[in-house]
Write a protein that binds this ligand. Structure first.
Ligand SMILES: NC(=O)C1=CN([C@@H]2O[C@H](COP(=O)(O)OP(=O)(O)OC[C@H]3O[C@@H](n4cnc5c(N)ncnc54)[C@H](O)[C@@H]3O)[C@@H](O)[C@H]2O)[C@@H](O)CC1
Ligand SMILES: [K+]
Length: 498
């Protein structure tokens, strides 16, 4: 799904109105029906609804939704931040359509009885500059209310893309964003205030959306379902790819166990794990399907024999940074295999930058924010972080996967794909090891690097969501992700099979 930014958002709106038999009021009606349906399905009918309404089209959406939900039997009250004369044409039109019996009052008179759900329709994508009164007061009132808050399109006050650090905005429980998620909802600067993000389709012109240029994309289930490779009927273990994992050391053999378990769920034909010989039993015991290559030292010190056998390598989790491992990493990179590079292998690339030139094009780097800082340099804002990630991806000819909520996959041509799946329960040691093993398996299996990164990140997140459903976000751990990778794939492969 494409994410449009800035002026393109308004252009999409205008294009749809100009080319399709729909005017701006009807488009607002379509958006509002989608929003009203979501609220009706997710809010108990006895909860009072308080609509905080601004003067632009976001307010117009709020008014149309209030009308629809009042008719559906909800107890609705509308609170206006501005006088009638100040409202946009569409907003005023929807104010006039409110049925008698639906209470409309100035914002100052807002009353929020226990259990009220606030619908935030003060500001959407039209927000400019600093918030001033009366909007500032309205935002503060919402935030101090303790009520559940459903924001329409964006939490009011939030810019659609960048510049939200330290900004006062509504803090939403849920944001119902129209047609595609606005970029700010996916970035840490503003995303925390958005709560749960739900994308509601409103039928903007498909022709426009296809043609519109954008560097930003959202990986939802439909986008992920277009990626899986089919498995040939005459497949055998020798032609489905052989993944090599270089993971673990004497003190961190668990990283190798996790990465191996995940690689074995990727569909590749063979998985070989290279780790200190003293630790080989840990892999044999947990993953009898894997082959083990034993390193005679307690750290990664040399290459496995016959590197020509492997199609891709995953390196880094738990390997440490022993001086012997720097030499071994250099030899591994010189072998030229497409690699998934994580954890200590990334740190070694940061410590000895000349090694970066040896990274095979088409590799995948999977830094968390600390590792990204060490590799790409620090940043002062979200847009600078994205630019630095793009520079790194383009310089190395690799995909860079920046891990976090809405993990971002940046391709070497500068496109950024934000992930929709996953949850905070995955923020635990070992989750990254699982991702590295799984991505290495997908690369070996024959996926193009960008497809492997996007699909792998999405499925890893879905496995996390399944694990959270089963164990809860607090109790789930990285090992659980491996088990749920199979269910996550069935969701996607099932879709593909029709
Ligand atoms: N295709 C689309 O994008 C659609 C958009 N719709 C809605 O329309 C919204 C955008 O509508 P608008 O462009 O009218 O913008 P908004 O409704 O976000 O608000 C703009 C109004 O607020 C004022 N304003 C902006 N910043 C302010 C500030 N800091 N302090 C005080 N006042 C400020 C502006 O002067 C303007 O009057 C979307 O977010 C969405 O909710 C929907 O109706 C349907 C289709
Ligand atoms: K809003």
């Amino acid at each position: 799904m494409k994410i449009l930014t800035g002026s393109r958002i308004r252009e999409a709106d205008r294009y749809t109105i100009a080319r399709e038999p729909i005017d701006s009021i009807a488009l607002m009606e379509r958006a509002s029906e989608s929003i009203a349906q979501w609220v009706a399905g997710h809010v108990r009918p006895e909860c009072p609804l308080a609509f905080f309404v601004g003067k632009g089209n976001n307010g117009g959406d709020g008014l149309a939704v209030a009308r629809m939900l009042h008719r559906a039997g909800f107890s609705c009250a509308v609170y206006l931040a501005f006088g009638r004369d100040e409202l946009s044409e569409e907003c005023r039109f929807n104010l006039e359509r409110l049925p008698r019996g639906l209470s409309v009052r100035p914002m100052a008179e807002a009353s929020l009885p226990e259990g009220t759900v606030i619908v935030d329709a003060l500001l959407g994508t039209g927000v400019r500059g600093e918030l001033t009164e009366p909007l500032l007061g309205a935002v503060r009132r919402i935030n101090s209310s303790g009520c559940r808050v459903v924001s329409i399109d964006l939490p009011s006050g939030m810019f659609s893309e960048f510049g939200n650090a330290g900004r006062t905005t509504v803090r939403a429980t849920t944001t119902l964003t129209l047609e595609f998620p606005k970029l700010a909802l996916l970035l840490p600067e503003g995303g925390e205030a958005a709560g749960e993000v739900v994308v509601l389709p409103i039928g903007l012109s498909e022709e426009y959306m296809d043609r519109a240029e954008s560097l930003y994309f959202y990986t939802d289930a439909a986008a992920a379902a277009r990626l899986p490779l089919s498995r040939p009927k005459f497949a055998h273990k020798g032609n489905c790819g052989h993944a090599l994992l270089v993971c673990g050391s004497e003190d961190m053999a668990g990283a190798a166990v996790l990465a191996t378990g995940a690689a074995l769920r990727s569909g590749c034909g063979l998985v070989t794990v290279h780790l200190p010989r003293s630790e080989r039993v840990s892999v044999h015991a947990n993953s009898p399907s894997a082959i083990v290559s034993g390193d005679p030292e307690p750290v990664f010190s040399r290459l496995p024999r016959d590197m020509g056998r492997y199609d891709a390598v995953g390196v880094g989790p738990g390997v440490g940074q022993d001086p012997r491992s720097f030499e071994a990493l250099e030899a591994l990179l010189r072998a030229g295999l497409p690699a998934v590079i994580d954890a200590d292998a990334l740190n070694m690339l940061s410590a000895r930058t000349e090694l970066q030139r040896l990274v095979a094009r088409g590799s995948i780097l999977t830094p968390h924010l600390g590792e990204l800082r060490r590799l790409a340099g620090d940043w002062a804002s979200e847009d600078e972080k994205i630019e630095k990630t793009r520079d790194l991806a383009s310089r190395l000819g690799c995909c860079v996967v920046v891990k976090g909520a809405h993990t971002m996959v940046c391709s070497s041509d500068g496109r950024c794909f934000f992930n929709s799946s996953g949850n905070p329960g995955m923020a635990k040691g070992g989750s990254g090891d699982v991702l590295t093993g799984f991505l290495a398996g997908l690369l070996a299996r024959g996926y193009e690097p960008l497809a492997a990164a996007i699909l792998g990140v999405y499925l890893h997140g879905r496995a996390g969501d399944r694990a959270a459903d089963y164990y809860g976000q607090e109790a789930m751990n990285a090992g659980d992700l491996i088990d749920f990778l199979s269910e996550a794939q069935q969701e996607i492969f099932g879709r593909d099979d029709g």
